[in-house]
Every structure is written in structure tokens, then in C-alpha cells.
Design a binder for this molecule. Structure first.
Ligand SMILES: [Mg+2]
Length: 122
């Protein structure tokens, strides 16, 4: 079973990946956009980690919902709402259970992807 700590570690690892790849993300964005994708996501995940630290949500659903809300409020453009919707929808599906199974996580991520698809019209 996966608890809130698992989800905190997951978000923390994601933030580290964003840090590591920020320049590359920005370089990719410079070819098709305004060259701020890496720095936007970096700012967003830095804020997410600070919020998780401060509020210490104690269920998987609360970790994802809080992270998603923070991304939406911090990251402009399309990526904040898209990543934020993914996490918020997934968090909502997980509800307030203290631990969730891998199958429940898969179901939650499916709902998150559906939310992104609907929002982006993909
Ligand atoms: Mg951009």
C-alpha cells in the first residue's frame, strides 16, 4: 500500500527531475514557444515542495490535491493548469484514504489524464 509519504517522495523526485532537465525543457520550448517551460516548472515545483513542507498533508489524496493546486496558482501559461489538473483530479479520486493500492493509483492517474485531455482538447 502507498501512503502519504510515498506520494511526498514521488513529488520530491519529480521536482528533482524538473531541476535536472530545466535547461533542456526550456531549449525545447524555445523551438516552439517562448522559452520558459523549464523555468516555469522549476518555479512551480519549488513552490509545491515548500507548501508540502509547510502544510504536511497526511493522505495521498491531500498530497496530490495540494500539489496540483499550488502548480495552478504558481505556473502560468498552459502547463500549470494541465499538470495541476492531472494532480488535482487524481487526488480527488483517492479521496481521504490514508493508504491506497497500486490499482487505486492507476485509476486515479487515469482520471487525471482524462481531466488533462478534456482541458486541452487533445
Ligand atoms: Mg512558454
Amino acid at each position: 500500500m502507498l501512503d502519504a509519504d510515498f506520494f511526498r517522495r514521488w513529488i520530491t523526485a519529480t521536482a528533482a527531475s524538473v531541476d535536472r532537465e530545466a535547461q533542456r525543457l526550456t531549449a525545447l520550448d524555445s523551438a516552439i514557444g517562448d522559452a520558459d517551460h523549464g523555468s516555469n516548472l522549476q518555479r512551480g515545483f519549488t513552490a509545491v515542495l515548500a507548501t508540502l513542507e509547510k502544510e504536511s498533508p497526511d493522505t495521498p489524496g491531500a498530497v496530490l490535491t495540494l500539489a496540483g493546486r499550488r502548480l495552478i496558482s504558481t505556473v502560468g501559461g498552459a502547463s500549470g493548469p494541465l499538470y495541476g489538473t492531472l494532480l488535482r483530479r487524481a487526488g480527488k479520486v483517492l479521496g481521504d484514504a490514508p493508504e491506497v493500492s497500486e490499482a487505486q493509483l492507476a485509476e486515479a492517474l487515469r482520471a487525471g489524464v482524462d481531466g488533462v485531455t478534456a482541458l486541452g482538447g487533445a
